[in-house]
Write a protein that binds this ligand. Structure first.
Ligand code: ADP
Ligand code: MG
Length: 254
């Protein structure tokens, strides 16, 4: 992959639930090292978009080219992509949810080593070594053997980020990672995400933290009713919105 080629190319992505078309042909390229903020009103399709990218939802149509390989969701006479193609997307793309989604019956360490052992087939010893390094990095080494229920929301979200990073993803997706947190816990999670961005991690982030978007993200996409309504450098999109819809949206969230 050359430097000017996208890490991921999403082309013509469509998704309906029942008769309701939530994604109406979404096309976005993300290059290595880009930090892309996704904003838009509630219900505009932001979560569905992220969930389609790592195939937690199966798109109805569209192509996703990731790391040089194209998955065509409408191909094969409706048969769609193979299990192998879907697994490749899922294992190389990390996802962090608003509600943390840690496994409650597993300790912090077990949460972080589970997928590397089961999916990437790394040895338990190696998985533990990686997990301990990640837990040190997020400042939670001493919580290794605690259950998620004993941690604050901010700590749980940092563990969820460590769990995603343990898979050594090439792309990270964050879906409103701080929306469920008490205000005093938001900063720790945002600064961890900012550190990852500064280290060159490619990411897409749905957030209402416009200040963070302006400071950390290279690019901002505005979703409006299932289409990309604006897409450009964050400083332009957030400071000089082109559409009245985005002006109104920014007025509400700022
Ligand atoms: P956002 O994240 O921008 O708030 P979503 O992608 O969550 O928007 O939702 C977009 C629309 O799709 C909403 O109308 C929502 O109710 C609908 N939707 C999302 N997921 C499902 C689902 N699994 N089943 C039915 N409708 C869904
Ligand atoms: Mg959402």
């Amino acid at each position: 992959m050359s430097a000017d080629e996208p890490l991921i190319r999403i082309a013509g992505l469509r998704k309906s639930f029942g008769g309701h078309e939530v994604l109406k042909g979404v096309s976005v390229d993300v290059h290595p090292g880009e930090v892309v903020t996704v904003i838009g009103a509630s219900g505009s399709g932001k979560s569905t978009f992220l969930r389609c990218i790592n195939v937690l939802e199966k798109p109805d149509a569209g192509k996703v080219t990731f790391d040089g390989r194209t998955v065509d969701f409408a191909a094969g006479g409706g048969r769609g992509p193979s299990a192998r193609e879907l697994r490749a997307l899922r294992t190389s793309i990390g996802m962090v949810f608003q509600s943390f989604n840690l496994w409650p019956h597993m300790t912090v360490l077990e949460n972080v080593i589970e997928a590397p052992i089961r999916v990437r087939k790394v040895s338990r010893a190696e998985a533990i070594e990686t997990a301990e390094a990640l837990l040190r990095r997020i400042g939670l080494a001493e919580k290794r053997d605690a259950y998620p229920g004993r941690l604050s929301g901010g700590q749980q979200q940092r563990v969820a980020i460590a769990r995603a990073l343990a898979m050594k993803p090439q792309l990270m997706l964050f879906d409103e990672p701080t929306s469920a947190l008490d205000p005093e816990l938001v900063g720790d999670v945002l600064s961890l995400i900012a550190d990852l961005a500064a280290e060159g991690m490619t990411m897409m982030l749905v957030t209402h933290e416009i200040g963070f978007a302006r400071e950390v993200s290279t690019r901002t996409i505005f979703f409006d009713a299932g289409v990309v309504a604006e897409d450009g450098p964050s400083r332009d999109v957030l400071r000089q919105p082109q559409s009245e819809r985005l002006r109104q949206f920014l007025k509400r969230v700022l």
